[in-house]
Design a protein around this ligand. Structure first.
Ligand code: ATP
Length: 358
């Protein structure tokens, strides 16, 4: 449905916001563009919409380049963070507006059944005579989404549509958006910097950093098989534990302790790790195992904890060596050293340039 090919964007001030971006979005998919502030998410969206022109590269819709197609002819609906509703019009007038202006305009009588259908879908029928200023943020965003959908675009672009809403409403509206996108069968690209939001609603996620696609994968793949250290650290909460290690005498040396390479059952570890090379060892908090007795790689005493419902995040700290583990809340009570060990089948090792060595 959407092919982005070697897309580059250099702004007039010489700043390169996108460096050779490539991806393909399948028809009907809900894709999240995810990444930290300034990584180029909105730039991609604006290039797809035609609000910006690429420096080089191509964008194709259903196999045809749209680089030279005017924004209004691209068959796109756009939903913004700030809703962008017309304040002097009622909800009904806002939703009717795009259908009754421009080249493809239809009469109000023809437009009304479409408007009624979509207002029913997004559950804003009761708000029809209200002005945007009298609505809550969630209601305004529903109106904005309805206004984008009545035009029956092929593609729906949403730029941080939930960031002005409070936490509870964000959860609700994001579920509504996913349901709606699937119901209407539209292809949607959703920009967010919130990994939890992206993981919960996307069919696939494009994770960006500094104008480069770091990984394009299913949500669970990003978590379970991060392709580099940036992805491993960006996805997951609390953040993955990382340690600078060196391979010495057939063991991974953490400073405070060593783990023999032979403990890593997966053959790839042993083949690819080189003697005397430095690596980053990474393990998620849920894969750090705690035992009440001295039975792990090292013994440490809990230095802090945070209860998150049924689970609890334990913190361990000794000089520069810091570690978090997620355990059942029952296990948070001990004030004696615990034996810590790593589930090595779940560990990742990255080389000095941050790429997966395993
Ligand atoms: P955020 O989550 O903060 O909106 P983003 O990932 O959407 O960030 P973009 O808005 O795409 O980031 O911007 C990418 C980079 O390009 C940023 O460093 C930004 O400062 C820069 N940039 C954006 N627009 C321009 C412009 N018109 N001229 C120069 N630099 C720009």
């Amino acid at each position: 449905m959407i092919d982005v090919i070697n897309l580059e964007k250099k702004f007039d001030n010489g700043f390169t916001a996108l460096k050779s971006v490539n991806f393909t979005i399948e028809k009907g998919d809900l894709i999240c563009l995810l990444g930290p502030s300034g990584c180029g998410k909105s730039t991609i969206l604006n290039l797809i919409a035609g609000l910006l022109t690429p420096t080089s590269g191509d964008i194709k819709f259903s196999g045809s380049s749209i680089i030279h197609t005017a924004p209004k002819n691209r068959d796109i609906g756009f939903v913004f963070q700030n809703y962008a509703l017309y304040p002097h019009m009622t909800v009904l007038e806002n939703v009717l507006f795009p259908l009754t202006v421009g080249q493809n305009k239809i009469s109000k009588a023809e437009a009304m059944p479409i408007v009624e259908e979509y207002m029913h879908l997004t559950n804003i029928e009761d708000l029809r005579d209200k002005k945007p200023g009298t609505l809550s943020g969630g209601q305004q965003q529903r109106v904005a989404i309805t206004r984008a959908l009545v035009q029956k675009p092929d593609i729906l672009l949403l730029d941080e549509p939930l960031s002005n809403l409070d936490a509870r409403l964000r959860l609700r509206i994001r579920e509504e958006i996913r349901k709606l996108v699937k119901q209407v069968g539209i292809t949607a690209v959703f920009v967010t910097h919130d990994q939890e939001e992206a993981l919960s609603i996307s069919d696939k996620i494009i994770l960006m950093n500094e104008g480069i696609v770091q990984q394009y994968a299913l949500p669970q793949e990003l978590y379970l098989e991060p392709s580099n250290l940036f992805v491993a650290k960006f996805i997951g909460s609390p953040i993955i534990n990382t340690f600078d290690v060196t391979v010495r005498s057939q063991a991974v040396d953490f400073g405070l302790f060593q783990i023999p390479l032979s403990n890593f059952t997966d053959a790839r570890f042993q083949v690819q790790l080189q003697e005397n090379e430095k690596y980053t060892f990474a393990i998620r908090p849920e894969d750090v195992l705690t035992k009440p007795e001295s039975a792990g790689h090292l013994d440490m005493t809990i230095t802090g904890y945070e209860i998150i419902g049924r689970d609890c995040i334990l913190q361990f700290e000794q000089d520069d060596f810091k570690l978090k583990s997620i355990v059942n809340i029952e296990e948070a009570k001990s004030d004696y050293p615990l034996g810590l060990s790593f589930d090595l089948d779940k560990a990742f090792i990255f080389n000095e340039s941050g790429e997966r060595a395993y």
